[in-house]
Design a protein around this ligand. Structure first.
Ligand code: G
Ligand code: G
Ligand code: MN
Ligand code: NA
Length: 253
């Protein structure tokens, strides 16, 4: 209500922030990229959960503009780190609605060009259920993005109800194993069947695997042993404001 009324201005005037959570190579620990996460601080409400911001934007017809604003800010941040010598990939979350918009690939291409971003440095994270809502249109949009050279990642993998056939048909480069499986891996030291199966499936399809929600050194070692290529989670770092990334990288050395 009040929030919905203020969102357009927040989008227009960049009254939101993009926070970033590092992703590391599971074997070497080298930071390869970040996931960009929307953060909106409202003076009356405090931090508004991103899922809620996205829901409000969708309901009020501002989702397209919000997504492009987050993309633009994420690519701007990436370019600022690159200028300081840190070449990182950036993963941005998009919704089912976003990937059924046939204008998205051209908009993304324009933002890549405007920020001097190599297309391969951008990854778009979709969810399984997102693909299911309009498979034909999603396939068209994702294929166009893939032809640009942009990466496609399936987020929260294992929680949806999609058929595996879609995974095979879509131009997917990466799957992110849902945090619930990673957390279970930590607690029940013997049962790693789900994670093992997802890794096997993904690798068979030529995709890389990100383990997210990795909170401890034990979990980090287990997902690495199970073949995950990328680690994301509190064991590496919590999400941080984008302008703090270079400082964090410098302190980590
Ligand atoms: O960062 P946090 O744990 O609060 O994220 C909660 C959820 O909000 C996650 O599922 C995440 O994918 C989603 N989210 C975060 N930022 C964005 C964004 O910019 N766009 C979309 N569509 N979802 C986002
Ligand atoms: O659904 P999505 O993967 O986009 O959600 C990302 C969110 O997960 C981020 O907002 C982040 O705060 C949260 N997250 C990332 N790593 C961890 C972790 O190790 N533990 C917990 N509890 N949450 C995490
Ligand atoms: Mn995500
Ligand atoms: Na996830």
């Amino acid at each position: 209500l009040a929030l919905a009324g203020e969102l357009p201005t927040a989008i227009e005037r960049r009254g939101f922030e993009v926070w970033c959570q590092p992703q590391t190579d599971a074997r070497t620990g080298v930071v390869t990229g970040v996931e960009a996460l929307l953060r909106w601080w409202h003076p009356g409400y405090g931090w508004v959960p991103p899922a809620e911001v996205v829901a409000i934007a969708e309901r009020t017809g501002h989702l397209g503009r919000l997504t492009l604003a987050v993309l633009q800010e994420s690519l701007r941040l990436r370019a600022s780190w690159a200028a300081e010598g840190h070449e990182l990939d950036v993963s941005v979350n998009v919704t089912a609605r976003d990937i059924s918009d046939l204008t998205l690939p051209d908009s993304v291409a324009a933002l890549l060009a405007a920020t001097g971003t190599p297309p391969s440095a951008l990854v778009l994270e979709i969810t399984e259920s997102g693909v299911m809502s309009d498979p034909e249109r999603s396939l068209e949009v994702l294929s166009a993005l893939s032809r640009l050279g942009v990466g496609v990642s399936v987020d929260d993998f294992g929680t949806g109800h999609s058929s595996l056939a879609y995974l095979e048909r879509l131009p997917v480069d990466e799957v992110k194993i849902d945090q619930s499986f990673v957390r279970r891996l930590e607690r029940e030291a013997t049962d790693s069947t789900v994670v093992r199966s997802i890794v096997l499936l993904a690798h068979d399809l030529g995709m890389r695997v990100v383990a997210e929600g990795v909170e401890s050194e034990v979990a980090r070692q287990r997902v690495q042993a199970l073949g995950c290529e990328v680690v994301q989670g509190f064991v590496v770092a919590r999400p941080m404001p984008g302008d703090q990334v270079p400082g964090w990288l410098a302190r980590r050395r």
